[in-house]
Design a protein. Sequence first.
Lengths: 561, 397
Amino acid sequence: MLRLLFRFSFSVSLLFAAALVLRAAPESTAQPSARAQLIAALIAPPAQQVAAIRALVGVEDSAITPALTAWRAGELYLVTLADGTHVPATLAPDPGVEGQQIAMSVDSASPLLDTVSGKPLVFVLNQLKPLDTTAPLRRAIRDVLEVAGVSDPNPATRRESVERLGQSRKAEHLPLLKARLIIEKVSVVRAALTDAIAFIQLADTDPKIRLAAIDSLAEAHSLAAAARFKEQLAAIPAPAADEGAAMVTALKKIEGHWQVVNFFGNLFRGLSAGSVLLLISLGLAITFGLMGVINMAHGELMVVGAYATYLVQKLFISAFGLGSFGFNFYFIAALPVAFAAAAGVGLLLERGVIQFLYKRPLESLLATWGVSLALQQTFRLVFGPANVQINAPSWLQGSAAVSDVLFAYNRLFVLGFAGLVVLGVWLVLNRTPLGLLVRAVMQNRQMASCIGVRTSHVNMLTFGFGSGLAGLAGACLSQLGNVGPSMGQLHIIDAFMVVVSGGVGNILGSVAASLGIGTVDQLLQPVLGAVMGKILVLFAIILFLQWRPGGLFPTRNRSLD
Amino acid sequence: MSSPASASVLDVEPRFFSRAQWASFLVPTLILAVLLPVFNALLPDGNLLHPSIFTLNLYGKYATYAVLALGVDLLWGYLGILSLGQSLFFALGGYAFGMHLLLMIGKDGQYKSDLPDYMVFLGYKALPAHWEPFHSFGFAAFAVLAVPALLAFVFGWLAFRSRIKGVYLSILTQALTYAAALLFFRNDFGFGGNNGFTDFKRVLGADLNSVETRRGLYIASVLLLAGVFLLYRWLTRAKFGHLMQAIRDGENRVLFSGYATARYKLFVFVLVAAITGVAGALYVPQVGIINPSEMTAEKSIEAVVWVAVGGRGTLLGPILGAIFVNALKSWATRAAPELWLYFLGGLFVTVVLFLPGGLISLPGKFKAACAWFRPKPPVAPDEAPPAPSTAPAALGH
């Protein structure tokens, strides 16, 4: 207990010390000299520049990173003032006059003033020649930036630079990383720091430290370490026996972990792809499965939903501004709009074309194909042939990681949403008066008509409902992929395959088939590649229909045509 | 099931062609296959009757399309199978012959290598073994027939055996075409990927760019069309043809009468696939390129539209439809490229909704309309009313 306390107080004091070194010191005394050092390095003669830049490694100053980044990108200029002195500066667009650039001093990060008139110095782009860089200079800049990145305020940048330093395997970075580990608070960066330190320690002279590093990396399931271990095990002066054994166990541990992670990742991706398929094919399961209409324009109805989402997004951007709090709700508002838009187009299609073709299913295929061509061309003329930009609301961006398995929020959302939609469809079909009529008409149109059901009415509403579901699918797809005029064509064949292999006229069949097809497809893809996996699934479906021509859950029927 | 089509089966004419029909078959065939090439060869360039070689080439292309459309029609109009995989068979025939043409380039390709250009580009060291036999024209010709036929046999055997029909068969053939197109789009499948085969130089030793060869290809296409027309006419007129239509109108009844309907369907499916392959093989040297975009489901559906527009269930209709729609396409894509898809889409919808018999039914409709306006003579009691138009209605199940 005492020991623990002692340890604790020791680490706290260390922490304070380090914080003093890293934080307080530069702010009070070192800053002017660091800034001066930077300026001196920038205007030094080319021969001495590399050494001067290298001297900046580890120096803390807020001006270093922007100045060096600009230099590397060829955006740093030496402005000669009226008194003949050279001052390093970057250019910023002048808000007042278009095409003119204001020189921003690196030293003060404010506009450079003319020594005579006292007004900001203004240049036209290309008037100044950017500061030259050479290959050794760029290397020096990179080293400085990497070390500076470790104390960057942005955790993502910190993590990246820490990882790069670890990959460099240079022992000289060890003290910096260790010091940072003490004050670092963000857990991912801490993990990256531990890994980087262990990675550098793999080449330590002390075998004990090396062994500890191997264990630590195995614990962290580091893939980079696995590659390194493999390399070392295959190297000609093989590592010492105990070290080799440790590496082999570490390798096994790391690889086993990633196999599990990949499996679950693929499973999740498969379920997610399946839920997308499900959303697309649910509408089809109603229009094709229940009503027997081959609607080749189903994909285009989906695109209508996607474009409706796009328009709602545009509206929200103009009302609230991109990225604002209100903007994040656009997707919620877009869902009913997408449903309504697609349902509206579907109703028009049913009234205009399909209602005449209920007895001629093969011809409904041709007519709706014609409609789909016209719709595609309309999308092209209205929204342009290129994909439109859809910005995800902030709550659909990013992902949650559960022991290295990534769950993207947008995919999680689609998965849950698909479940809700299935539930909704089931409720509508089985628990509402409309659903009763729908089922009656779909089972036997003539008989339903005889007992007084207005079949034409029911047909219209059912088709509109199926089309609206396509619109919802389109809205969801807009969060997962590109939205363009030919987006519908990509999914229509898959959707038909789902309905056929699930068993026509059966929602449950479509659910099972889409989740099954999506998962098998995703599990095959890493083995066979995207296209071959897809082809194999298609052939598997064709063969599956040999075995069960009616699909997974065929509708039993005694009638024979 | 008392559609006009099944009624028309009963009034079969005993003869294959009446004298007038022979004349109306032979005259256009001779004009297209003999007169036009002769005019092209003999008349000077500016003459009104001189068809340019470009025109002949275009007609040759239409003729191969018409053969494709005839196949779709035999399956759809007579057998009730709406296959959306016909463009696949067309393209497979084209690819098989394209392989031969590609090997015939020899060292005249861009890379001056024995290997086809795209293989050099992809870093092949030697010709793959399955390409070797395609050096021989005979083998290529055999493959043109055999490859589509084999695929049709395997797929048809599986599909017809488990009695997949109607809409489901259409969707499956569409999926098959889609899968095949995906496969051919891949570079590592070994058939030129995206770009397919092109830059052909010669066929049977003759320069493909010379007027004589192109004229010959045109004549071959027209003769193929005429031959296929005769063959299909014979098939549909024979007892076999009646069975096909019976299967279309009531497959289960035919089945219960003791016919193995699956075999009949399989036979027609394979036969049509092989013939469509030949059309594809003639198409490729005339347009000079074959790539996977020829085997997409869209192309298949386009061919179905030619048939629907021309008039399905007749043999003249698909030919007219193929020529009409393609002529319209080449005109409209030049005159109003943005509106072409509206045109095509509108054509689909209009024909399906308002003209189920296709263009070929127009004269009959016109006559009926005229008769309706004319004062009706008193009908003799034993005189039968005029036969309705030949277009079959209601093919649904």
